[in-house]
Design a protein around this ligand. Structure first.
Ligand SMILES: NC(=O)c1ccc[n+]([C@@H]2O[C@H](COP(=O)([O-])OP(=O)(O)OC[C@H]3O[C@@H](n4cnc5c(N)ncnc54)[C@H](OP(=O)(O)O)[C@@H]3O)[C@@H](O)[C@H]2O)c1
Length: 297
C-alpha cells in the first residue's frame, strides 16, 4: 500500500477544506477528528500503527481565542501537548508533519511584515500555547513544516465572512474595528499551499523543514474587509438589503483578550520554496463567495 496522508482535525474549518481537496487530488488519505484524541499518545500511536502513513497534517487545535483566557489548561492540552504528541507520533512512524500555527505568536507591535525568524512574543493564552506547540513540534520531530497563517475564513466554519454576511442581512448599521491590520486567508488557498508541500517533496524537491508564513496578499483592517464583503455580497446577491458599515476602534469593542494590532506575515519564504503565487485577498473573497453561493441570507 502506498504511504498515505493522515489528516488530523478533518472536521474543522480548514480540515474539511483539506479533506475535499485531498479527495479531488486523488492522494490517499485518512482523516480523524475528536475520535482520535490528540492529547492521548496511546490513541495516536495505536491508530498510526494500523496505517502506512508518510505524512501527517495537523489541523486540530483549540481555536476559541477569547475562551482560552479562562480555559488555559485545556487550551494548552491541545495546542502544546497535543501538537507535541502528534510530532512524537510522526517521528515514531517516520512521517513528515505539516502543522498549522498562527500570527498570534507575535505581539503585533511590528512595523513591517513578520518574517519566520522574528522574535515571538504572544500576548494571550491562545498565542502562547500555539508558540509552545511550535517549539514542541520542532523538538519532537525535526521533519516538520509549520505554517503560520492568519484571519482564516472558509465555507465550513464560523468565521468573520459568515458573521458579516449574517449581520449585514439583519442590521441597518454595523461597526467594525479599523485599528487592526492583517491579511485575510481563504481556507482553499491555504489548503492548496499545504498540498503543494506534499506534492513538491514527494516529487523529490528539497524543501527545508521549519516555519513558513502563508496568508492571502494584502494589508487591510477588519473594517476594509467588511466593506468589501458588503460590496461583493450585495453585488452577488448574498446580501439582500442595505447596511451602513462604519469604522470603530478596538477599545469600543470590549474583548477578553488583546489581539495583535499588526499581524502582517512576510510570505517570501513559502513563495520561493514552493514556486507559488499567492492570490490577492479581494480575488479570493470573490472566489469564496462564488463557492458559497448556497448561503441563505
Ligand atoms: N481560524 C483562524 O482564524 C485561524 C487563524 C490562524 C491560525 N489558525 C490555525 O489553523 C488551524 C485550523 O483552524 P480552524 O479554524 O480550521 O480550527 P477548527 O475549525 O476549530 O478545527 C479544529 C478541529 O480540531 C478538533 N479537535 C478539538 N479537540 C480535539 C482533540 N482533542 N483531538 C482531535 N481533534 C480535536 C475540533 O473538534 P471540535 O470542534 O469538536 O472541538 C475541530 O474539528 C488551527 O491550528 C488554528 O490554530 C486558525
Amino acid at each position: 500500500m502506498a504511504d498515505s496522508i493522515w489528516l488530523i482535525g478533518n472536521k474543522g474549518m480548514l480540515g474539511t477544506e483539506l479533506s475535499l481537496l485531498l479527495e479531488k487530488s486523488g492522494l490517499p488519505f485518512v482523516g480523524t477528528d475528536c475520535e482520535i484524541d490528540i492529547t492521548d499518545t496511546a490513541a495516536l500511536e495505536q491508530f498510526a500503527k494500523k496505517q502506512s502513513v508518510g505524512w501527517i497534517i495537523n489541523c486540530a487545535a483549540y481555536t476559541a481565542v477569547d475562551r482560552a483566557e479562562e480555559d488555559a489548561e485545556n487550551c494548552r492540552r491541545l495546542n502544546t501537548l497535543g501538537a507535541g504528541n502528534i510530532a512524537t507520533c510522526a517521528k515514531s512512524i517516520g512521517a513528515r508533519l505539516i502543522h498549522i500555527s498562527t500570527d498570534y505568536v507575535f505581539d503585533g507591535n511590528g512595523n513591517r511584515p513578520y518574517r519566520e525568524d522574528d522574535a515571538t512574543n504572544p500576548i494571550g493564552v491562545y498565542g502562547l500555547t500555539k508558540r509552545e506547540g511550535e517549539l514542541a513540534i520542532l523538538e519532537n520531530n525535526p521533519r516538520s513544516y509549520i505554517i503560520r497563517t492568519a484571519w482564516l475564513y472558509g465555507r465550513h466554519g464560523n468565521n468573520f465572512v459568515h458573521t458579516m454576511l449574517r449581520l449585514m442581512n439583519e442590521r441597518d448599521e454595523i461597526k467594525v474595528v479599523n485599528d487592526q491590520r492583517g491579511s485575510p486567508t481563504w481556507t482553499f488557498d491555504l489548503a492548496s499551499a499545504v498540498l503543494a508541500f506534499i506534492k513538491n517533496v514527494d516529487a523529490g524537491k528539497d524543501i527545508p523543514f521549519g516555519i513558513y508564513h502563508y496568508t492571502n496578499e494584502g494589508n487591510i483592517t477588519w473594517f476594509d474587509f467588511a466593506k468589501e464583503i458588503f460590496r461583493q455580497g450585495r453585488e452577488g446577491g448574498q446580501i439582500v438589503k442595505d447596511c451602513a458599515v462604519k469604522p470603530c476602534t478596538s477599545a469600543e469593542y470590549p474583548a477578553k483578550v488583546k489581539r495583535p494590532v499588526y499581524s502582517m506575515l512576510d510570505k517570501s519564504k513559502i513563495k520561493a520554496a514552493l514556486g507559488i503565487e499567492v492570490p490577492a485577498w479581494e480575488k479570493s473573497l470573490t472566489e469564496f463567495l462564488k463557492s458559497n453561493d448556497d448561503f441563505k441570507p
